[in-house]
Design a protein around this ligand. Structure first.
Ligand code: FAD
Length: 549
């Protein structure tokens, strides 16, 4: 196969124009073009008021490939296509009785379990929350009726934190082995739209994701794996490491569940997500190496989607091929803080994302259609342990808890969120009345002064950043745009550090920290990719321990 990059076509091109453009680019007869696969399609909106174009990367099968490659040897946009297929690294021995345990069934645990199951390792997945259907009802109860179920909500349950989300499926991680393709192919096999394989910023939206996750769970079970819901791991059993060849102090032996039952295994994946604060504390108490890491805090901001579309797409705003536009903004404030947009959700809603009683935290989600009235994103300030929360591995967790509890009080103590209009926030005065922008947060907002909701350095930096963003996107700082508080769970406040090669905990053999909660992913795609990596490392470790590698 050949790969052609930077192939530009008009936005409204006819389907057959792509093959014509390829034949022309390669200067071949159309009958010599045997097969075409779009690898990626993005758009170039730099000339938004004259012509936005699609830019394709295509993989093509042609007659006389070697001769063509030789002819285009000097052309950097025509090269052999890389092999992006996924090849399993191991196969489980037939009589293997020991089964790996995976704690958590978000995207990381899901892919770790799927890959292990596909290799024959029959994993046992332990998920504290409920299955997708029940969990959806529980989550809606918070959004509609102010009722939180602490073990089944936006953060906890089948599908993990990414279930009620925009389902954005892109990431900036380095991926030399194309694990991201494997993630996408598995999603498509389980029912996601095929276009996620080639559009440059794919997303699948909340409702489609729920069906996909349930289908993947069924495959894991069909391959001999087990998925147990309402199975919270409350303790981990460690032994002194008898293996003199390792620097690791302990060896994991198994886990204890909330109902007191125990499951033995010397191979445990920690795919906990960033909200498993009780589990982080349990691991730290047991001596597993945990350290504090940077994260970010801020608010969700909402604007009419039409404002963003016009700013980004000019005369093409609303074009059906382009959909709702997104944005990315960043500002370096005078006090040294970076303020940036995070998890932008075009045509979506702001959601209540707490997993703990008496706390308020926000996030964003959308449906596949992205046709809600507002655009939203987190406007957040990066913070770090050295400067902002010194005091030990769990100091970031404690800071999050303190801020989220205060936001609950500011919001009126019924899971409503505190909110303020951008104009009032910049002028440092409490809001009393909404403008044209209607906040989408459910179960509701309470207009307040947000000044006390975050540390002063963060408030100062955001106050300075909003007018600067207004210069990048006209109207971004309009007076009636809404800030809803607070955003604290942008990433994990801890890292459960692992060895670079074995992917096992620095001091606990057999324990594989993974995904967002362990500090090794940020987002659905990167969490899935990390799940694959850890599954491979675990399979190899199991075979090595049996002397089979
Ligand atoms: P999680 O998805 O958090 O999964 C961890 C799982 O572990 C949970 O199901 C939890 O119940 C379980 N667990 C924790 N502790 C225990 C225990 N002790 N015992 C048993 N089970 C346990 N990312 C994107 O890429 N695109 C988006 O559009 C996007 N939108 C988002 C919208 C919202 C509302 C939220 C909350 C997040 C969004 N994210 C998005 C982030 C994304 O969801 C996460 O990065 C991703 O889910 C992390 O995957 P994970 O598997 O590492 O952890």
């Amino acid at each position: 196969m050949l790969r052609i990059t930077e192939l530009a076509l008009p936005l409204d091109h006819a389907p057959e124009a792509l093959n014509q453009a390829i034949s022309q680019r390669l200067a071949i007869d159309p009958s010599d073009l045997l097969q075409v696969q779009v690898f990626k399609r993005s758009y170039d909106a730099r000339k938004k008021n004259t012509e936005i174009k699609f830019i394709y990367i295509v993989d093509v099968e042609v007659r006389h490939e070697a001769a063509l490659l030789a002819r285009f040897e000097q052309d950097t946009h025509i090269k052999p296509a890389p092999d992006t297929h996924y090849y399993p690294v191991a196969t489980a021995p037939e009589k293997l009785t020991e089964r790996p345990i995976i704690i958590g069934f978000g995207p990381c645990g899901l892919f770790a379990a799927l890959i292990l199951a596909q290799m024959g390792f029959k994993p046992i997945v332990l998920e504290r929350g409920r299955d997708v259907r029940t969990r959806t009802k529980d989550t809606w109860a918070l959004w509609r009726k102010h009722e939180l179920t602490p073990e089944s909500n936006v953060q906890f349950g089948e599908g993990g934190a990414g279930l009620f989300s925009d389902g954005k499926l892109y990431s900036q991680i380095k991926d030399p082995k194309f694990y991201g393709r494997k993630v996408m192919h598995e999603f498509v096999r389980a029912g996601a739209p095929e276009e996620i394989l080639f559009v440059s910023k794919p997303h699948i939206g909340t409702f489609r994701l729920t069906g996909v996750v349930a289908a993947m769970r069924e495959e894991i079970i069909a391959l001999g794996g087990e998925v147990r819901f309402e199975s919270k791991v409350t303790d981990i059993r460690l032994d002194q490491n008898g293996n003199n060849h390792s620097d690791q102090k302990h060896r994991v032996q198994g886990v204890t569940l909330a109902d007191g039952s125990r499951i033995d295994s010397r191979y445990v994946v920690l795919a906990l997500g960033h909200s498993a604060r009780d589990t982080f504390r349990m691991l730290h108490k047991n001596g597993v190496f945990v350290e504090a890491k940077p994260f970010a805090i801020g608010f969700r901001i909402e604007h009419p989607q039409s404002l963003i579309d016009t700013a980004r797409l000019g005369k093409y705003a609303g074009h059906p091929e382009l959909g709702a536009a997104d944005y990315k903004v960043v500002h370096h404030a005078k006090n040294g803080r970076a303020v940036y947009s995070f998890c932008m959700c075009p045509g979506g809603t702001v959601v209540a994302a707490t997993s703990e009683e008496g706390r308020v935290v926000t996030n964003g989600m959308s449906q596949y259609s992205r046709n809600e009235r507002n655009a939203n994103s987190g406007i957040v300030v990066g913070i770090n342990p050295e400067e902002d929360f010194p005091g030990g591995p769990l100091a970031g967790v404690e800071l999050q808890e303190k801020l989220e509890s205060h936001a609950y009080v500011l919001g009126g103590e019924d899971y409503s969120a505190p909110a303020q209009l951008v104009g009032d926030f910049i002028k440092a005065k409490a809001s009393t009345q909404l403008g044209e922008v209607e906040p989408s947060y459910k179960p509701g907002i309470k207009l307040v002064d947000l000044a006390s909701s975050l540390p002063k350095y963060a408030i100062d930096a955001i106050r300075e950043a909003l007018p600067a963003f207004g210069k990048q996107i006209r109207g971004f700082d309009r007076a009636d745009a809404i800030l809803t508080g607070i955003e604290t769970r942008t990433s994990s406040p801890v890292r459960i550090t692992r060895d670079h090669h074995t992917l096992q905990s620095l001091n606990t053999q057999g324990l594989f920290p993974a995904g967002e909660g362990a500090g090794y992913a940020g987002g659905i795609l990167s969490a899935g990719v990390d799940g694959i990596k850890v599954a491979e490392a675990l399979a190899i470790a199991m075979l090595e321990d049996r002397g089979e590698v």
